[in-house]
Design a protein around this ligand. Sequence first.
Ligand code: GTP
Ligand code: MG
Length: 198
Amino acid sequence: MKVQTVEFVGSFPGVAKAPAPSLPEFAFIGRSNVGKSSLVNMLTMRKDIAKTSSTPGKTQMLNMFDVDETWRLVDLPGYGYAKVSKKHRASLRTMIEEYISTRPTLHCAFVLLDGSIPLQKIDREMIEWLGENGIPQAWVFTKVDKGRSRKTAQHLEDSVEALKADWDELPPHFMTSAEKATGREELLTFIASSMPPA
Ligand code: GTP
Ligand code: MG
């Protein structure tokens, strides 16, 4: 699938303030700093349509981007960032969970998992929560370019093995690098195949 036009719809402090559901939505969720905003830029080939930062906690709202006026990317705040207050963390969590559990046009929640480190407990919990709530999900391992390739490959293998223990059949999963555009075609093809027929 080709990407021609990308339009920033806006930043919203909660699903209640977001535009009424219309286009099919694909959301990026994951721990702070995992690379959600970078992946929006990589997929759309726009250098910084989504704001990124080396410091965790950059995205604090629901950010929406319309692609080719036919589907929508939703860049969510990260979860689990330890350096913000408990109250703030809880409010971000509510923002994420309310969006995911109430949005009728959410077609797929992409859970981003940092491919350069071992699988984290909080990620397994999010995956489990999505499963329990019957939300269609796919997994995106990020930063596969990082570090020594053998080490990264081992982390990826271990993570997939660990997840297999919880799943009879694994959801679709992708290996990506926003730096090198790895996995771009695969993700776009998957998104195209998940959309309702025009
Ligand atoms: P929050 O908005 O804080 O939740 O973070 P985020 O998940 O949106 O992460 P963001 O895209 O801002 O990226 C965080 C950091 O990781 C930045 O310094 C990026 O340059 C870096 N990064 C993201 N993707 C990749 C990647 O594929 N490879 C490498 N090497 N670094 C990456
Ligand atoms: Mg972000």
